[in-house]
Design a protein around this ligand. Structure first.
Ligand SMILES: [Zn+2]
Length: 242
């Protein structure tokens, strides 16, 4: 049993944190980061996210066809990418495809940009088409907790253009529930608020999912079957395996 503090700081940590222009990343504690491989030692991801990514690539046999283009970025790196894009590609392009510092999921370690292997891979917009091995990744990765974060149909909510190469780890079964309901992460985090802790949890595939706003309970005991994540907005999401 471990104690998990449901305090204001921990709202900003966990698989399910929502990061966007209205909900900036606020993390002071270091993230547990691991490199993709020796060849791609500069592509880092949060440990669970990296394990999940490797599991998907192995499952679909894509190790030689799919390349990790960009993973974890420090705030400084995000600033540099943003400023370079402004200079080279202009404001319209940059605001469409590059997130402002502290609003990028890449600073969390839970996001990965993937590209189809080719000679010249575009760093900001790698090719990751809706067919072949890339589509296979898209479908299979849902079972491992990944979502395609920025859909064409949700740009009014996410404020980011379609990015078919950008995947965010949120964990299973959240990824599948989101897909089945055609939610983007903003909508899903909001939807979960209906499922109050101990009152009416959402049941899915042997999991109980519930929401607990900040200020109701100070701490909870957790075990291997219970995962608590902040939502980076106003509370916590509990995911419990029955
Ligand atoms: Zn990205």
């Amino acid at each position: 049993m471990k104690k998990y503090l449901l305090d204001e700081e921990n709202i900003h940590y966990g698989d399910l944190i929502l990061i966007n222009r209205d909900h900036k990343l606020k993390q002071d504690k270091p993230v547990d980061l691991v490199p993709f491989s020796e060849e791609f030692s500069d592509v880092l991801l949060e440990r669970k996210t990296m394990n999940a990514l490797h599991s998907v690539l192995k499952k679909i046999g894509a190790k030689d066809n799919i390349v990790p283009v960009s993973g974890y970025r420090t705030k400084e790196e995000q600033e540099n990418i943003f400023n370079t894009s402004l200079e080279e590609d202009g404001e319209e392009f940059t605001l469409k495809y590059v997130a402002l510092p502290d609003t990028s999921e890449h600073q969390s370690g839970y996001a990965i940009d993937l590209g189809l292997k080719m000679d010249n891979i575009d760093f900001i917009r790698p090719s990751f088409p809706y067919y072949g091995i890339c589509q296979k990744y898209r479908e299979e990765s849902l079972k491992y907790g990944f979502i395609e974060r920025y859909h064409e149909s949700k740009t009014a909510i996410t404020k980011i253009s379609k990015e078919e190469w950008h995947f965010r780890y949120i964990g299973y079964p959240h990824s599948v529930i989101m897909k089945e309901n055609n939610f983007c992460l903003e909508e899903y985090i909001d939807y979960l608020k209906k499922f109050k802790y101990k009152e009416n949890p959402l049941e899915y595939d042997g999991y109980l999912i519930s929401y607990l706003p900040l200020g109701v309970i100070d701490e909870l005991e957790t075990d291997d079957n219970t995962l608590i994540s902040g939502n980076n907005v106003d509370g916590f999401i509990l995911t419990r395996k029955k």
